[in-house]
Write a protein that binds this ligand. Sequence first.
Ligand code: TTP
Ligand code: MG
Length: 354
Amino acid sequence: MPQRKIIHVDCDSFYASVEMRDDPSLRDVPLAVGGDGGRGVVATCNYRARAFGVRSAMPGSEARRLCPGLVMVPPDMARYRAVSQQVMAILRELTDLVEPLSLDEAFLDVSEVTDHRGSATLMARYLRERVRQEVGITVSAGVAPNKFLAKIASDWEKPDGLFVIRPGDVDAFVRSLKVEKLFGVGKVTASKLHEMGVETCGDMQAVGPEVLTDRFGKQGYRLHEMAYGRDERPVVVSRIAKSVSVERTFSQDLPDRLACESVMASLVDDLNRRLARKTRAKPIHKLFVKVRYSDFSTHTLERVRDQVKEPEADDYLPLFRELVGQKDRPVRLLGLGVRFRNDDAPVTQLRLFD
Ligand code: TTP
Ligand code: MG
């Protein structure tokens, strides 16, 4: 298998971060999000509450005992889903190979991405910054040659951290890695391993695959593989893209329509690069443009354009002109994209967020 570059992204104290973003009075207090305004269990809590020992799945009563000043708010799943979609959309602008694991985390396979000089570290930095600026929450990221290590890496510098495990660092990294960090190793497996004198992956390497499979069956072989930092599971894209788009937020607003039209060609280039990376592209059905003005009002327009194979700036200019009309207003963001035809039988589509 060729060397891969995998990024794992995980939002920090996700539900709590959304609540803190939307209500400044919650920003400087220990906060838990939980069922029934406090009588249920803690879904998550901010890092200030974690310092008191509050944790996910803890009964609200226990959380309050540990942390007397704890503020508890009920969850608002609709809002978390919307934020999640915003985050995932930013990830998908970088690559289509995005595998969400839950509302707040995803794997990306960026092996083929050439933006950011092809550096997964720069890509992860960029994604973290964009989510911070555009969504208003922090995410931690891990970069590694496979999913298993990328997930450990994203947790390493949490919250608001980035940790990179380069291929050459893998051996040294895993040798000192505690077995508790391994996927599937809970309290029971960990204590069995400890009884065998195994604390780290280095210890586990010394034990060898035979003993591990004798003791743990199939899981034993997985443990052996993980002890060497090996994991060949691919990033699985479980949804067929309905559209592909690119957008750019300008560090300084574009003053007028002419300025917008002059960046169109480079946006179309970006779009075509993204389209070229699509492995399961269907025929294009519609083109659309999006404009956000300096007052944050956002407008989009789409038109059926079945004949387009590889869009050009000239395909988008008429839409752009129709959308903005005759007036010049400062533009903050410009986006464009394509929607694919959706006429063949619906592929069994995983509803990720239900
Ligand atoms: P996590 O990513 O496990 O936790 P987190 O994002 O709150 O904190 P961090 O990643 O910084 O450690 O889970 C994501 C969301 O899933 C979390 O915000 C709330 C929800 N969740 C529950 O509802 N119950 C749980 O037991 C857990 C672990 C999470
Ligand atoms: Mg999280």
